[in-house]
Design a protein around this ligand. Structure first.
Ligand SMILES: NC(=O)c1ccc[n+]([C@@H]2O[C@H](COP(=O)([O-])OP(=O)(O)OC[C@H]3O[C@@H](n4cnc5c(N)ncnc54)[C@H](O)[C@@H]3O)[C@@H](O)[C@H]2O)c1
Ligand SMILES: O=P(O)(O)OC[C@H](O)CO
Length: 363
């Protein structure tokens, strides 16, 4: 690292203000005050909303130091500044933390293209993916391509509300080549209650975070059908195998070890036990599939967004294009259930019929 880089104070903007975005801002803000390498002030870009009182969310965050919609009851730190003007929020920053739901990232990046500093380092906390005509597109790749920046990822067993209450968790940073930058991100996120490790496997880490949301939908269906813990454990085991096989089919460089990090098996477990994807899928199964996921998301999540249903669709598209539908019966079933082609109970029938011998083994 060059000397001037070591001396410079890095300025951070969190691009997103949802449940995890707000917790990320809180974590970063507490570290920014303690660590000399970072500016005290942390910006948080707010996709502006008007509260029932008529006040603007960004104003309320700045007045109360609380995100009353997405993280009520938790102080973010006085050095967090909410800014509804995207360009203004990132103008002076050289470290950008992307944490919008994945369906909004492309639009956000297109608005930012050409408007950021040339020396920006990015990190994505976003769990999701896109499929393009040319093939699969990880969100970190999308950010890198649209903004011409290096982009690490941070994934892990990180239910935001628990980290907001400072309960112990672990997280995994995935990076490509530049370990020093990954260590700088780890320094920014690490606290006594969040232990962050780094792995040189950006695709593996990101795909773990992305694909576990599809398995969480399956786990929620099993809960809604009241099938019990053994069935749920089976779904998690089968899901983990499909996550690994699918990741390696897309990126042969993905490492087995990555699935044993927080981003892998630990995130899978926490999401299948306590995540939003699980919760909404449980309600879907309890309703016998009569209410759509979109309706239930709106009813249950109060503005927060699901990632698993969209990701299941993107994954299904890749399975179809590549002729892999029969190789990934769990992923396939989740999408077909989400769109109402088969009933929620099919989640286990698919597993029984196809699974034991058909998943490709590790290359
Ligand atoms: N919440 C968690 O526990 C958690 C933990 C780890 C990772 N994540 C991941 O973090 C990402 C962000 O999730 P979250 O929980 O912070 O958000 P959220 O679901 O709580 O909130 C939705 C966010 O979307 C924003 N939004 C709505 N419409 C928008 C638009 N048109 N353009 C831009 N933004 C818009 C809202 O302002 C809000 O900030 C997701 O990929 C999620 O999987 C979440
Ligand atoms: O609430 P979910 O299902 O979006 O999952 C939250 C986090 O990804 C858990 O690590």
């Amino acid at each position: 690292m060059a000397n001037d880089d070591l001396l410079r104070k890095h300025k951070v903007t969190v691009v997103g203000c949802g449940n995890w975005g707000s917790v990320a801002a809180k974590l970063i803000a507490s570290n920014a005050l303690k660590l000399t390498a970072f500016h005290d002030e942390v910006k948080m870009w707010v996709h502006e909303e008007t509260l029932p009182s008529g006040e603007r969310l960004s104003d309320v965050i700045n007045q109360t130091n609380e995100n009353v919609i997405y993280l009520p009851g938790v102080k973010l730190g006085n050095n967090v500044v909410a800014d509804p003007d995207l360009e203004h929020a990132v103008k002076d920053s050289d470290m950008l933390v992307f944490v919008s739901p994945h369906q909004f990232v492309e639009d956000v990046c297109m608005r930012l293209a050409g408007k950021i500093r040339k020396d920006v380092e990015a990190i994505s906390l976003i769990k999701g993916m896109e499929v393009r005509v040319e093939g699969p597109c990880l969100i970190s790749y999308l950010i890198s391509r649209l903004l011409a920046v290096n982009c690490c990822v941070l994934m892990g067993a990180n239910i935001a509300n628990e980290i907001a209450m400072e309960k112990f968790s672990e997280a995994t940073i995935g990076y490509k080549e530049n370990k020093e930058v990954a260590e700088r991100w780890a320094q920014l996120f690490s606290t006594p209650y969040l232990s962050v490790s780094t792995v040189e496997d950006v695709e593996g880490v990101e795909l773990c975070g992305t694909l576990k949301n599809v398995v969480a939908i399956a786990a929620g269906l099993v809960d809604g059908l009241e099938m019990g813990n053994n069935t749920k454990a089976a779904i998690m085991r089968i899901g983990l195998k499909e996550m690994r096989a699918f990741s390696k089919q897309l990126f042969p460089s993905v490492m087995d070890q990555t699935f044993l990090e927080s981003c892998g098996v630990a995130d899978l477990i926490t999401t299948c036990l306590g995540g939003r994807n699980r919760k909404v899928a449980e309600a879907f199964a309890r309703n016998g599939g009569k209410k759509s996921f979109d309706e239930l998301e709106e009813e249950i999540l109060e503005g927060q967004k699901l990632q698993g249903v969209l990701t299941a669709k993107e994954v299904y598209e890749l399975l179809r294009i590549n002729g892999w539908l029969d190789l990934f019966p769990l992923f396939r079933a989740v999408h077909e259930i989400c769109i109402g082609h088969i009933p929620p109970s099919a989640i286990v029938q698919y597993g029984e019929i196809h699974l034991p011998s058909s998943i490709p083994s590790s290359p």
